[in-house]
Design a protein around this ligand. Structure first.
Ligand SMILES: C[S@@+](CC[C@H](N)C(=O)[O-])C[C@H]1O[C@@H](n2cnc3c(N)ncnc32)[C@H](O)[C@@H]1O
Length: 207
């Protein structure tokens, strides 16, 4: 099953699922919001059902929330409407085919998506190009490549056979950091690595 079909099928269930660790999620939202102001123009790649974009919307000028899955986006659109949020636009696009002028965004959010992308380096370089000089990329990325005694390497292929897992990559935190450095992005903030927690890193595009 390809990624678009998988995520369209998964959308309803994903929308109903609870956030793993509310406290950590809130802390990440707070850490992200330090990079916003009322003039910020934000891009979210792989926005899912738009929960995070809708949360941040009152603090910024505009958020363009994109995702491969129209089913995810439809849920995001109705949630934004219900919440009375008018400054989030939802657009179907993959990380790979999304196009916009260079230096268009103050902040790019890539949350729980970089481990799903086949070509990490190209995606990071693209996000870097889309950022204005002085802008920030915020990521939270499950680093399945760092898990010791990595049962995911057995579990995920089995779940894939059953159509219950998307294509994933076993990214290591060190690979993420190297990819950011190769794209000319400098680490501005990171949560200390913690067992079972996705890597939360904010990188800056130098001026
Ligand atoms: C694990 S969910 C994360 C959603 C959201 N960012 C969050 O943190 O809740 C991954 C999302 O990425 C989307 N996705 C998967 N592959 C993608 C791609 N190549 N380009 C854009 N979106 C993609 C899926 O449709 C899904 O909504």
């Amino acid at each position: 099953m390809d990624a678009e079909k998988f995520w369209n099928n998964a959308a309803e269930k994903y929308a109903k699922s609870s956030i793993g660790n509310e406290t950590v999620y809130r802390e990440k939202l707070d850490a992200t919001q330090k990079y916003f102001n009322a003039e910020s123009v934000v891009l979210e790649l792989g926005c899912g059902t738009g929960t995070t974009s809708i949360h941040h919307a009152p603090l910024v000028k505009h958020i363009l929330a994109t995702d491969i899955s129209n089913s995810m986006l439809d849920i995001g659109r109705s949630r934004a409407k219900e919440a009375g949020i008018g400054n989030v636009s939802f657009q179907q696009a993959t990380v790979e085919n999304f196009e916009s002028d260079p230096s268009s965004f103050d902040v790019v959010l890539v949350l729980n998506i970089l481990h799903l992308i086949d070509d990490l380096d190209t995606a990071v370089k693209k996000a870097s190009k889309l950022l204005k000089p002085g802008g920030f990329l915020v990521t939270s990325t499950p680093c399945l490549g760092d898990v010791l005694f990595n049962y995911y390497r057995i579990l995920i292929p089995l779940l894939r056979l059953l159509g219950k897992a998307p294509p994933v990559h076993y990214v290591k935190r060190s690979e993420l950091e190297r990819s950011f450095a190769d794209a000319g992005l400098e680490i501005d903030f990171q949560r200390p690595p913690a067992k079972g927690e996705a890597a939360f890193i904010v990188v800056k595009k130098p001026i």
